[in-house]
Ligand binder design. Structure first.
Ligand code: 4AD
Ligand code: MG
Length: 452
């Protein structure tokens, strides 16, 4: 009899089964990794293939717990009209050692119940077909049933956990920064403004729901800066919105950003070190937690596994703002490795970045991490912690009133501090070698497209 042991999750008895006999319900992953055969096992999932032979019926079922399917072997008498590719099934039987080298266990079915039939004629996914990513993108409600998106979403889930662990293990406090905000952190103007659906009333009454104009956040940085003034090291990891009118393969209107803020930090090197440690730790965790899923990408897409071993080169440059082409050139020039670019022109960067005082408003202590194939993966800086510098910059921009609270932070125990943000989708694109950012997020939103 199967018993929970080692890394096994507690096995569940299927109390809900209508039959007198109660089977142990296993996920496909658990069944495949079972240490020993077992009678009375139940597995549920979706049929990935059906092959009917004279003497035997083969099914492959998948429940999203692993890339590998569980092979079900059954008597042809168990076949029925509804048992097709895409249907949802509940199989009960014996878990036995598989004669196949590639698979540890298979399920010898005693009963097969079709829980939900699938209309295969109108189902856009086809059995054993490798659909192009652009094709499955048209079906955001169904593409998670495809191997590539399935692996991607499992990796995404592990990467999320790895990023949280990295920060928690290093003493950072996680902060839920708001999604709705009255600030424009980056000052770049690509904001989504929030209105109620009763827009007519708002404009008739000349009011805003929040009394002030409110926007979807473009960055949690300013709120993190508040918190770094009490917790020293903080991070946030949430949805971020930019109304960029871009359909490029590296821009989304809604994406996830990982942001960290560190108090008592005077050097860009310290910020760069955190970026590098975060990248390396999260990536090695992902590679070790889901090797098969990652392998799928490296088999069919650019081999990106080597990213974990490269050493970053440092590059000190000054000039105009970097366009995608410049970023590509720099990365190529340095030998197709991740590159830190530091000290950007003062006028090109947001108000919060620290003046390097290397000339009259010449450069700020900013850092971008550029990576091959993507361009900018992380952006960060030291923040202007000196009240007079910040005040005069905000005054010149006409923002001093709006950012009085931000100036306050420089009055009440201000410390040198800095931080950065990393685009989570760009991170996934890079480690997996995925060309288009729309294929690394479950429900992509970009200009002229908001499916579902
Ligand atoms: O460089 P950005 O604009 O930096 C900030 O917002 C800072 N306030 C972060 C901070 O210091 N706390 O954005 C950070 C990263 C970029 O490097 C990029 O990877 C990603 O966010 N990003 C996008 N990803 C997908 N779609 C977009 N439209 C993105 N815009 C930025
Ligand atoms: Mg940037």
């Amino acid at each position: 009899m199967l018993r929970a042991r080692g890394g096994w999750r507690a096995l569940r008895r299927c109390a809900s089964l209508p039959r007198a006999r109660r089977a142990v319900r296993l996920r496909v992953r658990e069944a495949l990794g079972a240490p020993e055969p077992a009678d009375e096992v139940q597995v549920q999932g979706w049929v990935r293939s059906v092959r009917s032979q004279k003497e035997v019926l083969f099914l492959h079922i998948n429940d999203g717990s692993s890339l590998e399917n569980l092979q079900v072997v059954a008597d042809p008498s168990l076949e029925n009209r509804d048992l097709t590719f895409g249907s949802a099934v509940e199989v009960q039987g014996k878990l036995v050692k598989s004669p196949h080298k590639m698979q540890n266990m298979e399920l010898k079915a005693e009963t097969i119940r079709v829980v939900g039939p699938c209309d295969i004629w109108s189902f856009p996914l086809k059995m054993k077909k490798r659909h192009p990513l652009e094709y499955v993108r048209q079906f955001p409600h169904l593409r998670c049933r495809n191997n590539t998106l399935g692996s991607l979403l499992r990796i995404r889930s592990e990467a999320t956990a790895a990023i949280h662990s990295f920060f928690q293990d290093n003493g950072y406090v996680h902060i839920h920064t708001p999604i709705i905000t009255s600030n424009d952190c980056e000052g770049a103007g690509d904001l989504f403004q929030i209105e109620t659906s009763n827009k007519a009333r708002e404009s008739a009454e000349k009011t805003h729901f929040f009394n002030v104009p409110a926007f979807l956040t473009v960055s949690g940085q300013l709120h993190l800066e508040v918190m770094s003034g009490a917790f020293t090291h903080v991070f946030t990891f949430g949805p971020t919105f930019r109304a960029e009118n871009s359909q490029s393969r590296r821009h989304l209107a809604e994406f996830y950003m990982v942001e960290a803020e560190l108090s008592f930090t005077e050097s860009l090197q310290d910020i760069m070190q955190v970026m590098e440690d975060l990248f390396k730790t999260a990536t090695s965790t992902v590679l070790s937690k889901c090797p098969r899923d990652v392998e799928l990408f490296h088999k069919y897409m650019a081999p990106a596994q080597k990213v974990i071993n490269v050493t970053e080169k440092s590059c000190n440059c000054w000039g105009c703002d970097l366009q995608t082409e410049h970023e590509k050139y720099l990365v190529k020039h340095c030998g197709e490795v991740p590159v830190f670019v530091i000290n950007y022109p003062y006028d090109l960067k947001p108000f919060y970045m620290r003046d390097n005082e290397d000339g009259p408003q010449h450069t700020v202590a900013a850092v971008d991490l550029l990576v091959p194939g993507i361009g900018e993966l992380c952006g960060g800086s030291l923040r202007e912690e000196r009240l007079p510098f910040l005040k005069s910059r905000l005054q010149r921009l006409g923002l001093a009133d709006a950012y009085q609270w931000y100036l306050d932070l420089r009055k009440f125990g201000s410390v040198p501090h800095g931080g950065f943000g990393m685009g989570f989708e760009r991170y996934l694109q890079y480690i997996l070698g995925v060309d288009n950012i729309k294929d690394v997020i479950p429900f992509p939103r970009f200009s002229h497209s908001c499916l579902l």
